[in-house]
Write a protein that binds this ligand. Sequence first.
Ligand code: CO8
Length: 262
Amino acid sequence: MSFENIILTMENNIALIQFNRPKALNALNNAMFDDLDQALDQVQADPEIRVLVLTGAGDKAFVAGADIVELTKMTPLQGKYFSRKGQKVFSKIEDLPIPAIAAVNGFALGGGSEAALACDFIYASEKAVFGLPEINLGLIPGFGGTQRLARIVGSNRAREMVFTGKNITASQAFEFGMVNQVCAPEDLMDAVMKTAGTIAAKGRVALRAAKEVIHNGTNADLETGCRIENDAFGLTMASADAKEGTSAFLEKRKPVFTGGLN
Ligand code: CO8
């Protein structure tokens, strides 16, 4: 299936979604959210896919935010619905049973930073620019940014970014713990695909459990988080992948994970 506002490719167990409205620096409009929503369903439905990578088409932007032209035509109620729609689609990335990596190749402003923050982790080009500049438009972030940014960089850094609307560089984002790795622009996709390939070789059941436990556990108190981990640990123990992984270790060979639940 092809889309008007994104490009979806799936090969070598890795799905790649590129935001694709380069003339508007990949700004997120309603139609792009519809495309992204459907593409995420397609990715989730394919049992061969073990990692999702999100990036921006062109060399200038990951996503420069919500489409400001479209925003100006909305009533407050339509704006509220649009904000909720964006929150739900980004939560779908977070709820995917496979890890998602953001490859931030340029501007990731407003909704762009919010999209990247919904991924499991971020690699960024040295040219990447992050920020939640909505305050400069008389608005606040509306796609989960106030919540995810504060959980990742800490509440005080998030407050400063949201209150001032100032952008930060890739190296500042790295220093804040928002970005895992900063790469030369020409090396970004190779670095991301290398890490994606490493993850794609792991067992599906364990990857899914690890993602769910970290996500659900970090939103709970420590004891609840440990109990969530404990239940998921039992599930992974019951998987064929656990038998394969432990046998391969004892037999001094590389494991071949098939991802089945039996
Ligand atoms: N929406 C629509 N069009 C955009 C956007 C955007 N967010 N960003 C850039 N564009 C367009 C420009 O209008 C321009 O179009 P044209 O060539 O037709 O004039 C084209 O992309 C290229 O942009 P620039 O000429 O401005 O390129 P520069 O290199 O000079 O500047 C910047 C790049 C710094 C990224 C600049 O374009 C910019 O500041 N963009 C806006 C960034 C921003 O404020 N983002 C936040 C948007 S609000 C948001 O994300 C809210 C999320 C929550 C919403 C909740 C729902 C209601």
